[in-house]
Each structure stands twice: as C-alpha cells, then as structure tokens.
Design a protein around this ligand. Structure first.
Ligand code: 4AD
Ligand code: MG
Length: 431
C-alpha cells in the first residue's frame, strides 16, 4: 500500500493508511498501547487496542524500543485532545528493525554529548523545528532574489587569495606548487558577475579559520551575497530591509508550528517591518558611552557592544559608516570623511548582533591598489579583480548574510551550532 505522510493525515480521516516511520515513544496501560510514531513529516499518536489486533501484533508492539523502524496500518480519526489533532487506530504492524538502546532518551543530556550524537540528535522535535525553519529561510532568500531580478552566479570555493583578511584563511595544498584557500566570501567574484549581469547573488558555504569560541561563530557557514551594479550604500540598506522583512514574513506564514515547538515569541517577529532604523557609527558610539560601556572611538564593535545597540530597537538596526580601518580593503570611502567607509552592518534585535555585513565597493583603481598594499595582500593574485576597475567600472554595492546567524535570531535560540545540520567549529569536526 502507498505510504501516507503524517503531515497529510487530515485528508485521510476514516481511510486505511500506511505510515512508514520510527517509534518516538510508547506508553501502555494494560489493554491499550499508545505508540507515538514519527515519519519526518510529523508525529502522530497511535492507539493499539488489544482486542482489535492479532496476538502476534500485540506481542510485536511489546518488543518495540525507541527509534525502532516500523510500518503500521490503521485509520486516522480526529481527536481534539491528541497532540497533532489526530489519532491513528492501528490494526497492523511490520517491524523493519528493532533499534538497539538509543543513546538519546527523554532525560536531559549535556550539550557535548548531544553534539557528539548530532547524527541522531537531528531526529528530535526541537532540532527538526530549527532545521525546517532554516530550509524555509533559504527558500525565502532564493525566491526573494530570483523574483527581484537577481541572477544566481555561484562563486568558487577554492580561491587564490583572501577576501576578508589573511588571518582567518584555511589553506590547502593545490597540487604541490600552488596554495589554495577556502573561500571566506564570494564577493570579489560577485563583483565580476555583477558587471556582466547587473544584479547577481551567490549562495554557498564559506569558511573562516576563526579561533573564536563564541555562540555566533562557525568555521564553515552558509552565506548569501547579493551584489548590484550602479548601486550605492543607500541601495544596499534599502535592499537589506526589504530582504529581511520578506524572510521573516515567510517564516511567520509557513512555519508557525515549528516556531511554537521552539516557544518563540511571535510578537517580536511580527514587529519586523520596513523601514529599519539607520544609525551612523559615530552615533552608535555615543549611545554606548551614554550607556556607560567602555569603548574607544575607532574600534570595531565587540559582541557586547552589538548586543547593547541592538537591544535598543524592536527591529534590525543598520549601523553605517564604520571607520575604514576596521573594515575590509574593498570598502569605498565616505567623501565627507575619508576615514569612514561606506559600509553597513545590520544588527538583529533582541541582542542577536550582526547578521548582515556589506557596503559600497571602492571605485578608484589607484585607491584600491593602495588599500591592497596597506592590507599586505598580494596584488598579483587579485589582478583580475583590478580589471573590473579598468573596463567599465561603475559604482556598485552589495552585502552578505550568514544563514546560521539569521536562523539563530528568527528561531530565538542561544547558539548557532543548532542551526546547521553538522556544525563545524573550533573544537568540532565530527560527526
Ligand atoms: O561581515 P562579513 O565578514 O562580510 C563579508 O564577508 C562580505 N564580503 C559580504 C559581502 O559584502 N558580500 O560576513 C557577512 C556575514 C556576517 O554578517 C555574518 O552574518 C556571517 O556572514 N558570518 C558568520 N557566520 C557564522 N560564523 C562566522 N564565523 C561568521 N563570519 C561571518
Ligand atoms: Mg562583518
């Protein structure tokens, strides 16, 4: 018989269905058993009535352990008291495999234990809710950009040079005589494709050999990066606010159930509407000082500073015009104050901090060459990038959003490590 997915169960009330899944949990009370079955699309509570099934089926149910794989037949019935609104009156059971002692039980486990068992932990309700929201966010990202005229142009993962500073590069041997680095950002390539297609985006894994053990840092994360020709800092901020409000609205529309599993305060997400507040770096510094935080003008913000600023607003705040010296080599400088860059960081509310970084790109070939020298970058490895300033250069701008940071905020959870199926961090490469 064809498999019915639990998610679709409402359409099959009163019909005989086959559910293929795993045993989540089972309770028994003499003549009745209540197995909870999950199939990836959802969870349903089954009811096995001793008198309604064969002796063999009843005995087989008694053998089941947590996470045993099973195929059951039965009829779904509406029941307002049941967790998903439906219950399944089970008549038949086929055991696919009896699971050995499952290491993750309903009791509390430490985070290191759970991370070591990440391959199994993914089966739990909370992890599934987070990763479904991740999938929804990625789908929203793509739909928004595809429908707004951006062409997907993938950037390479093996690169010959740094994009975001040489201290966080993962180096690999490239056939002996050459070194390759895992990409930190597709931006430089985006700038080339933007000159071909006008508006582009890349979306893929990026890497930072970041020796920081914070709740915001991964060594491998996914970044979506839109880039626009004939655009400035203002255009980037306009795009960022439209983009984020679209994503949040989509999650609110499609993933209510998952948000509920996470006990997310929905009202906080409902407030995410354009326009977003815009704040100059200088004013953000004043705000920190007024709040009594120790901060030296000219430095980059640390996590506590970002947290402080972002807690002041009920929607993401766009901090712009950071000092050029704390930003990457490619940032355009502000005509009114060349020490400042035409950059922007978008800080998520509720203390989540930076989720987007971007800005306007340096137009002048000469100034760009100076910056490359100042940052001790090897000009020969980016000669192709300099070509973009020689052959029809135009003002252009873009940004990058780390998917995991965005998922962490929208889910309202503590740490990025739960927002990607298999996180890579300073002390974690397995499983
Ligand atoms: O601010 P970043 O370093 O900017 C860039 O890479 C630009 N080239 C992007 C562009 O303009 N096309 O990184 C962008 C975003 C950050 O705002 C953050 O969301 C995420 O990438 N990110 C990280 N996420 C998880 N772990 C890390 N170690 C991250 N580093 C950056
Ligand atoms: Mg940044």
């Amino acid at each position: 018989m064809r498999q019915t997915y639990i998610k679709e169960i409402a359409k099959h009330v009163g019909e005989e269905v086959t559910i293929k899944g795993w045993l989540y949990n089972i309770r028994s009370s003499g003549k009745l058993m209540f197995p909870q079955i999950r199939d990836g699309s959802g969870i349903i509570q089954g009811v096995v009535f001793k008198k309604a099934v064969s002796e063999e089926t009843w005995k087989n149910f008694e053998l089941l352990t947590q996470e045993s794989s099973i195929v059951v037949k039965g009829k779904p019935r509406e029941d307002s008291r049941a967790p998903g609104g439906y219950e399944l009156d089970i008549t038949e059971l086929e055991i696919v495999q009896i699971a050995q002692d499952y290491p993750i039980t309903p009791k509390e486990h430490g985070i290191e234990f759970l991370m070591d068992h990440r391959h199994l932990w993914l089966r739990s309700r909370r992890q599934q809710a987070i990763l479904r929201i991740r999938a929804e966010i990625i789908s929203a990202v793509r739909t928004f950009l595809d429908d707004s005229g951006f062409v997907l142009c993938d950037s390479p993962i093996f690169t010959p040079a740094a994009c975001e500073g040489t201290t966080t590069l993962f180096e690999c041997d490239y056939f002996g005589d050459e070194k390759a680095y895992l990409t930190q950002s597709g931006q430089l390539y985006n700038e080339a494709t933007a000159m071909a297609f006008g508006r582009v985006y890349c979306f893929g894994p990026t890497f930072r050999a970041e020796k920081s053990k914070t709740r915001r840092h991964l060594t491998e994360f996914w970044m979506v990066e839109p880039e626009m020709a004939y655009a400035d800092l203002e255009d980037v901020m306009n795009l960022a606010e439209e983009f984020l409000s679209y994503i949040v609205a989509r999650v609110l529309d499609k993933r209510q159930e998952d948000l509920k599993v996470l006990e997310r305060d929905i009202s906080k997400l409902e407030a995410i509407k354009t326009p977003f507040p815009r704040l100059q770096y200088d004013d953000a510094v004043k705000m920190l000082k007024e709040g009594g935080l120790e901060f030296e003008y000219g430095n980059d913000f640390g996590s506590p500073d970002e947290t402080y600023i972002s807690q002041k607003y009920d929607r993401p705040v766009m901090v712009h015009r950071y000092p050029a010296k704390v930003k990457a080599f490619y940032m355009e400088s502000d005509q009114e104050n060349p020490d400042l860059s035409l950059s922007v960081d978008v800080l998520a509310p509720e203390g989540y901090g930076e989720i987007i970084g971007g800005g306007q790109r340096m137009f002048s070939l000469e100034k760009l060459r100076e910056r490359i020298a100042e940052h001790n970058l090897d000009e020969a490895s980016v000669d192709w990038y300099l070509d973009l300033r020689k052959y029809g250069g135009v003002p252009h701008a873009g940004f990058g959003m780390g998917i995991e940071r965005c998922v962490t905020w929208i889910c309202g959870i503590e740490h990025v490590r739960e927002t990607i199926p298999f996180p890579r961090m300073l002390y974690r490469l397995k499983p």
